[in-house]
Design a protein around this ligand. Sequence first.
Ligand code: ADP
Length: 260
Amino acid sequence: MQNLIEIKGVTHAYRTKNGPLPVLDRLDLCVPKGEFCAVVGPSGCGKSTLTRLIAGLMKPDQGEVWLHGEQITSPRKTVGMAFQNPVLLEWRSILENVILPLEIVAPKMPRAEREARAHHLLAMVGLDGFEHKRPSELSGGMRQRASLCRAIVHKPDVLIMDEPFGALDNFTREDLWQTMRELRAAEPFTCVLITHDLRESVFLGDQVVVLSGRPAKAQFVLNVDLPADRTIDVLYEPKASEMLHILRDQIRIAQGREAH
Ligand code: ADP
């Protein structure tokens, strides 16, 4: 399968007042087109740094980041991003928030077409009827659904998500995982997800990459061999339990502790 994202030998250190802080060390990572790559690792190991590099928001000291066969050295319109905080604009309705990337990326697209695209996505995530509300009138889970629509409205090649479900309660989070899988089934996009939640990584991922402690390398890659049309119940099956067990051990190793 063709790789959409290729990270080759990326090494990076931040310059701090106490000297260089090495964060990534010759990190290699490939994500085939259409795949969902979940990245887990100890806190502070460099996961968000990795997303900034893929998004072209910063350049590595050494190594290369390739997207769609092009080396990334600056931000791209073909990358969508979603964060823990949905950062929706309060002075715009939910519909207008979702349309925003199209105004920037496709200014010539007729308004009716932009609205139709936004309505379609909002209906898919269960927000039909809420298009004209302001963000503050919605629950946290609904705001995150709207922010996911905004992140993919312009059909980016890759969606980068940095702990997008981290601030939600368990039930809302699991609902959103299911929504995420439905969205991907309808609009296959390549995805990189940073998460602390191993269940989330297994439920959403096609592959789970465990980063080592700082400076991070790709320590372990798990291929998630579960049915594509999985529901949350799959996490209670022995195969998923075994994967979670392996990942938990890998995280302990990454943290410099003994595996069980
Ligand atoms: P993670 O997402 O895995 O928690 P980050 O990529 O956010 O890790 O950060 C890795 C390390 O780099 C952390 O110790 C963090 O404090 C540090 N760091 C992140 N951004 C900067 C920066 N702009 N300048 C200096 N240090 C930074």
